[in-house]
Design a protein around this ligand. Structure first.
Ligand SMILES: Cc1cc2nc3c(=O)[nH]c(=O)nc-3n(C[C@H](O)[C@H](O)[C@H](O)COP(=O)(O)OP(=O)(O)OC[C@H]3O[C@@H](n4cnc5c(N)ncnc54)[C@H](O)[C@@H]3O)c2cc1C
Length: 410
């Protein structure tokens, strides 16, 4: 039914981007963006960085105000939780009993933070939403000893903020190095040094056995080796779970995420998906789930193009960033499977880039406080321009020369 709206479930990064991209692609019909949070779409990354530190405002978090949405004729319905999709009737059902038909449906439902059993104690938090961030901020005002469970990006960014606020901080990580899922051992090592220098106590290779409490309020964490860490505030950053239950109940194929192709198509020809809730099938049959702003934006654009019958696969090398203290980590490509590295700059000064090679081929670059290397790296990887480890390690060699020599405009 062409006169029905395109409906997007999830008013986050991917949902808003899909709506805007649909307008850019020429969709002139009704466009409805449904979000279960009481806010207009907002940026999540500052929740563990500048916003939590008090260095930015709620207005700066907001992606688009009402006028911007109105200009693009995007109808935002806040606090609207979709309970069920009826794919045969092409209709959505809400908790309050009403329903909404759709012409095409986009799932941009994101993800939620993983929890540990017992985490419902007073003083134990997760960090996914603006509401979580507000609660943590309030609790942090009176907290002294903070335990962070999980030494991944969110846990470590939070630890950095808590140290800047003068709190005593212990990070408990089950793996034997930091950010192990995403970065190389070299980068883990650099970040272990950085956090230790800043006064964070790192408990690597330590799993949580349970929480202790007094009067319903958390008082600490017990570890599987029998030791304990006392804490009056705990933040868990132990990964996310994709919000795929709506899709599963509607009979749409899911793995760890709603399965999509490179154009955001699901197993239902009228339903598309993008962002943190998705898993992309790779050529070798594996699934890839990316949890990043770039992925949400790029998949959303691909989704909108597919809905409008245009091919626009997301092929760029994946990139990500993380701010901890005064060090900005920017990553592009992957370090997984590398055989050798080349280091450009000074690791002890936290101003360096690590280039990863598999054979002769560059596969990824992690840059610390070297944004120029990161930007050049994105171009090198996207345009498949060759660089040698010697060139990469030589600071007097300008990476941008490579584009000129290959006849690609610099
Ligand atoms: C603290 C934090 C820091 C981060 N830092 C970085 C960073 O530095 N760099 C980076 O690249 N990425 C970062 N990320 C990840 C990035 O924010 C996410 O990858 C991105 O927000 C994903 O967008 P999304 O639209 O898929 O999901 P979301 O932004 O989670 O939006 C999904 C929305 O759908 C809503 N929803 C779910 N189910 C329903 C339903 N049934 N009905 C209605 N609405 C529903 C959810 O409540 C949510 O509002 C960070 C994330 C967090 C939480």
């Amino acid at each position: 039914m062409r006169n029905h709206p395109i409906v997007i479930i999830g008013a986050g990064q991917a949902g808003l981007q899909t709506a805007e991209a649909l307008r850019a692609e020429g969709w002139q019909g009704d466009l409805i963006l449904l979000g279960d949070e009481p806010y207009a779409p907002y940026h999540r990354p500052p929740l563990s960085k500048a916003y939590l530190l008090g260095e930015s405002t709620v207005e700066q978090l907001t992606m688009r105000g009402p006028e911007a949405l109105e200009r693009k004729a995007i109808t935002l319905r806040k606090s609207s939780r979709v309970m069920r999709i009826d794919p045969a009737e092409k209709t959505l059902h809400f908790s309050h009993g009403s329903s909404l038909p759709y012409h095409r449906l986009v799932l941009a439902t994101g993800a939620r933070a993983r929890q540990l059993p017992g985490a419902d104690l007073h003083g134990v938090f997760q960090l996914r939403t603006l509401e979580d961030c507000t609660r943590i901020s309030e609790a942090m005002a009176t907290a002294h000893n903070i335990a962070v469970i999980g030494g991944g990006f969110i846990g470590l960014e939070f630890a950095a903020v808590a140290r800047k606020k003068g709190k005593s901080v212990t990070v408990i990580e089950a793996a034997n190095r930091l950010m192990a899922r995403a970065v190389s051992a070299e980068v883990s090592e650099i970040y272990a040094r950085l956090h230790t220098e800043q006064g964070v106590v790192l408990r690597l290779g330590s799993s949580v056995a349970g929480f202790t409490s007094t009067g319903g309020k958390v008082s600490g964490v017990t570890l599987s080796d029998g030791s304990s860490v006392s804490a009056d505030l705990i933040v868990m950053g132990i990964g996310i779970l994709p919000n795929q239950e709506l899709a599963e109940a509607a009979g749409i194929s899911c793995a760890s995420g709603v399965i999509i192709d490179s154009g955001g198509r699901t197993s239902d020809p009228f339903i598309f998906a993008c962002g943190d809730c998705t898993a992309t099938r790779l050529e070798n049959g594996d699934f890839r789930r990316l949890e990043s702003v770039q992925n949400a934006i790029e998949q959303a654009k691909s989704c909108a193009a597919s809905i409008m019958n245009r091919e626009r696969p997301f092929t760029a090398a994946p990139w990500f960033w993380s701010d901890q203290y005064d060090v900005k980590l920017q990553m592009v490509g992957t370090s997984r499977g590398h055989e050798r590295t080349a280091i450009r700059g000074d690791t002890t000064a936290y101003k360096c880039s690590i280039f990863y090679f598999a054979g002769e081929q560059l596969i990824g670059i992690d840059s610390l406080n070297r944004p120029q290397d990161h930007m050049a790296g994105r171009r090198l990887l996207d345009q498949r321009v060759a660089v040698t480890p010697q060139q990469a390690a030589d600071e007097s060699f300008l990476l941008n020369q490579l584009f000129q020599r290959d006849g690609v405009s610099a």
